[in-house]
Design a protein around this ligand. Structure first.
Ligand SMILES: Cc1cc2nc3c(=O)[nH]c(=O)nc-3n(C[C@H](O)[C@H](O)[C@H](O)COP(=O)(O)O)c2cc1C
Ligand code: SF4
Length: 465
């Protein structure tokens, strides 16, 4: 195994090993502080992070506002307090010289305000900000104003070119690196573009090389690229290390650090990771952000698939093949569907899926009354955690709505990610994971349920395993 040479990241030489940011509260002050202390770069999530009460228990994020906008304000306040808290914890653990980054999602509700609030409240504690999901043009200026480095997360050279041309070229001094996140393999939300096929993964080397070539065009040959997604051990990436074609490279890990002593996820989640098999983690498109995401197949995802499968197109008037009347809803309103779809609908209703819910695409899905009630409650309780949400139709624009019908085929990501990171409820929540998660069960390092400390894992990674 080649020796891993230190790399200058956010102003200091560190190991080229990064813990990726994981929301909500999955990479936090404790995990990122330990990673940074072990010599790499730790990233805590600034997405609705936890604050604690006097006994050290996470303060439940309960909302009192009557309107979505009022609750959105509460959410921003929770997020800022949580981000500052985690920054302080991380810095206390890591020590003054370690490198710590905060991760935010550009498409999260109030992203800029939260970032300003966290960086203001955590001045001197954070060295960099990583930011993905969407096109974070403004991150450069914000980082430069606070004198910290910024790390856009992209999934193609094209995306970086657009960011550079529009904004980053004005703030090149603070561009600490570019994270290439493999859109087919990385855990969490994925940046697949419309032209990329979720079923046909493309190998990362040519894509990262294209990114480096683009960066060279802009004079960024010495700026590190951080490879994220599907990196399990570095023995498999030896030809990337010290490769002059690629230039300076660091590696980001999202899934492997889930299984460490400092990782804040529940013991049940850790145990589940040790049982996953190839194919258990896959890309789905149910997220209310509109992005693909990579998560574990469980009852939660299966129910979403089934909900979408019980779906038929309808019209309000008889048009073409939609010539068959179907009565739906408590008042038996008539819609028009194909004769075959009417038979499907009647069969689903017979099975108890009696409630027809309209989607923004002029279709109906059929759910049980209980599920229908829960969907409506979740939509009504929305606290505006995204800049725009397909599930509730919340938008942080002036109108407070996307202008589209709320989509019952999606779900409240805030609710489910808060729940999974603060409870043992694994089957009824979204469980993000990278595609390599099945390797926990195969890697002898984890035999007999061994869970390393972050320090052990960082040392292990340096051996190539
Ligand atoms: C549980 C989980 C949550 C994640 N949450 C985020 C997030 O909030 N923001 C983000 O930019 N990336 C997020 N990621 C992606 C990681 O930061 C990292 O880039 C990715 O997991 C690397 O791929 P790997 O899972 O194959 O190691 C998440 C990943 C996981 C597994
Ligand atoms: S409904 Fe959408 S915007 Fe509202 S809290 Fe849930 S995920 Fe966030």
């Amino acid at each position: 195994m080649k020796t891993l040479n230190p790399l200058r990241i956010s102003g200091r030489e560190v190991l080229p090993l990064v813990e990726g940011g994981k929301g909500i509260s999955v990479s936090n002050g404790e995990s990122s502080g330990a990673w940074a202390k072990a010599g790499g770069v730790g990233t805590f999530s600034g997405v609705n992070a936890d604050s604690y009460d006097a006994e050290g228990r996470p303060i439940p994020q309960i909302y009192h506002g009557k309107t979505r906008r009022e609750r959105h304000e509460e959410l921003v306040a929770y997020a800022i307090a949580g981000g500052v808290t985690q920054a302080q914890i991380a810095r206390d653990i890591a020590g003054p010289d370690a490198r710590l980054h905060v991760n935010i999602l550009w498409e999260m509700g109030g992203a800029e305000r939260v970032l300003h609030g966290v960086l203001e409240g955590a001045k001197g504690l954070v060295n960099g900000v990583t930011c993905g999901a969407g096109m974070p043009y403004r991150i450069a200026q914000i980082a430069a104003n606070y004198g910290i480095w910024y790390y856009p997360i992209v999934s193609s050279a094209r995306a970086f070119r657009a960011l550079w041309k529009r904004a980053y070229h004005k703030f090149s001094d603070w561009l600490g690196g570019v994270v290439y996140e493999d859109p087919w393999l990385a855990g969490g939300h994925n940046g697949l573009s419309n032209s990329e096929d979720p079923r046909h993964p493309e190998p990362p080397f040519p894509r990262v090389l294209a990114l480096r070539e683009t960066m060279r065009e802009f004079g960024l040959e010495h700026t590190p690229i951080v490879m994220a997604g599907g990196v399990w051990n570095l023995r498999e990436w030896e030809d990337w290390i010290g490769n002059p074609e690629l230039g300076p490279i660091a590696f980001q890990f999202g899934t492997r650090p889930l299984l460490t002593q400092e990782s804040p996820i529940s013991d049940a989640w850790k145990k589940r990771l040790l049982t996953l098999k190839p194919g258990d983690v896959y890309l789905n498109k149910f997220s209310p952000t509109g992005f693909y995401s990579s998560a574990v197949r469980n009852a939660f995802l299966i129910e979403l698939h089934e909900r979408s499968a019980r779906q038929i197109a309808f019209t309000h008037e008889p048009i073409g093949e939609h010539d068959t009347e179907l009565k739906v809803g408590p008042r038996g309103r008539a819609v028009f569907v194909t004769a075959a779809d009417k038979q499907h609908a009647l069969a689903w209703m017979n099975q108890g899926f009696t409630e027809a819910m309209r989607t923004p695409d002029s279709t109906l899905i059929f759910v049980t009354p209980e599920r229908g009630r829960q969907i409506r409650i979740d939509q009504v309780e929305c606290m505006g955690c995204l800049s725009a949400c397909s599930f509730s139709n919340w938008s942080q624009n002036e109108e407070g709505t996307t202008g589209r019908k709320a989509d019952p085929r999606s779900f409240c990501i805030q609710k489910t990610l808060q729940d999974i990171s603060h409870s043992e409820s694994l089957d009824h929540n979204l469980m993000f994971a990278g595609h390599a998660a099945y390797r926990f069960a195969q890697d002898p390092y984890y035999a007999n349920g061994f869970i390393p400390s972050v320090k052990d894992l960082v040392e292990r990674l340096q051996t190539g395993d």
